[in-house]
Design a protein around this ligand. Structure first.
Ligand SMILES: [Zn+2]
Length: 439
């Protein structure tokens, strides 16, 4: 095969629009979707981009009627997403210092269709995103987008225990962000709490990045009457306005700590399972099991004997996760008291110090050095897998080291992530104390 590529240099155009905040102009809510398409791009990215434009239009109408957001809102249409998240990455890198001082959250969308609301993003915003989803009506069922998601999750749950958890847990779990869209530089390089929103699951697809992703396909098989376009604009617009106008930023750490505890349990189980499997296979080799069961008429090769992986010391990670749970508990308590006291008192006290810490809570999850072998990715909880393309790896420094059987790196990763989480726990405790002192 002969491949011919066009290596011309072309300019890219990001379109950035800003609504200045009236009370806290230095706190930024950022909302983005790319505008370049691989070919025709009706679904990817225009179905997401039109929802974003509709939100921006609605905010314009509100501004004309006298509404002013407390915080600054920045709407972004990214160019060059398809060849490698180029427009958003250049913008985020150029403004990295300002962003780490001022950014509250980044809300991304990319494409949209009929079906279910995706719940993906930073777990410090899990409760916030659940609350938004509870207030959006699903156009087909007239249930809330949240209820429809919950019922779908129960239907798909692999075990009775999991079904039970979905029924009983107050909030639906957010999936972790990997990559494949413009949230990557904001979340994984600059450490801005991020969400990715979009509807889908009933539109079949098959057109992704092809010439068939066009207006005909979209209006016959995608969101045929654009009702999910409206739902997405309502979802993104509600999220942006709530973040822009909240007295106290809607970060929450109970769900976050619960998620970290779950990741730590997964890592321990994965490590144990690898030991068990290798031990069993070595035993089967010693027993001559593979030679005995191989059909001599079919060519086969038995697996090689492997060293049983060493026991890793997960204690630093477990202690850090417990510290996180404890500080999350403190914050939840301080927050509940704030609610008891009520809105009038809350508005009269200064929450600036608390908000400042809440904004920093995602930044704290970065390290300066970044992940092993890829220093640009600095978030210690979420990354695209080194070998998985878009798919997320959580606690990547530890998880990938175990998967690659790099035990020394796994131990080092445990130390690094544990320190990051201890620092995060200290920040959350400090936010809880400041919130209590504000009463
Ligand atoms: Zn896209």
């Amino acid at each position: 095969m002969r491949v011919k590529s066009n290596w011309d240099l072309k300019p890219l155009y990001d379109v950035i629009a800003k609504i200045q905040g009236s009370a806290n102009p230095d706190e930024w809510i950022i909302r983005g979707n790319h505008h370049d398409g691989w070919v025709n791009g009706a679904e990817d990215p225009i179905s997401g981009q039109v929802a974003l434009l509709e939100e921006a239009r609605a905010m314009g109408e509100l501004l004309k009627s006298g509404w002013k957001p407390k915080r600054t809102i920045i709407y972004c249409a990214w160019d060059g997403e398809e060849p490698g998240l180029l427009g958003s990455t250049e913008w985020a890198e150029t403004h990295a210092d300002e962003l780490s001082q001022h950014a509250v959250a980044y809300i991304n969308s990319d494409s949209n269709g009929r079906g279910y609301l995706d719940l993906i993003g930073s777990h410090t915003l899990e409760k916030f995103m659940n609350d938004v989803a509870r207030d959006i009506q699903d156009p087909e069922t007239k249930l809330s987008a949240w209820k429809r998601d919950q019922l779908r999750d129960i239907a798909n749950a692999p075990s009775p225990e999991r079904k039970q958890e979905i029924r009983q847990r107050a909030d639906l779990r957010l999936a972790a962000l990997g990559s494949g869209s413009d949230y990557t530089p904001f979340l994984q390089h600059v450490g801005i709490a991020s969400l990715n929103i979009g509807y889908g699951g009933e539109d079949r697809g098959g057109i992704y990045h092809s010439i068939y992703d066009d207006f005909y396909w979209y209006t016959h098989f995608g969101d045929t009457d654009f009702v999910y376009g409206r739902a997405l604009a309502q979802t993104g617009g509600s999220a942006v306005m709530r973040l822009a106008d909240a007295d106290l930023l809607p970060f929450e750490f109970g769900n976050f700590a619960d998620t970290v505890q779950m990741y730590v349990r997964e890592l321990k189980q994965m490590s144990q399972k690898m030991q068990d499997e290798i031990r069993e296979r070595n035993r089967e080799l010693d027993e001559g099991l593979f030679a005995a069961t191989a059909d001599p008429k079919e060519k086969s090769v038995p697996p090689k004997k492997e060293d049983v992986p060493p026991h890793l010391n997960f204690a630093p990670l477990e202690n850090a996760a417990d510290a996180l749970s404890a500080s999350a508990g403190e914050y939840t308590k301080a927050f509940a008291r704030t609610r008891e006291i009520g809105g009038a008192t809350l508005a009269s006290i200064s929450l600036a110090d608390v908000n400042k810490l809440l904004m920093e809570s995602e930044r704290k999850l970065l390290t300066r050095e970044g992940l092993p072998n890829r220093p640009w990715y600095r978030h210690q909880l979420y990354a695209p897998g080194f070998y998985t393309g878009y798919a997320a790896k959580t606690v990547p420094a530890v998880r990938e080291a175990i998967e690659q059987k790099q035990w020394k790196q796994a131990e080092q990763g445990i130390g690094v992530v544990a320190r990051v989480l201890q620092d995060e726990a200290a920040l959350i405790s400090s936010a809880a104390q400041k919130l209590s002192a504000a009463h």
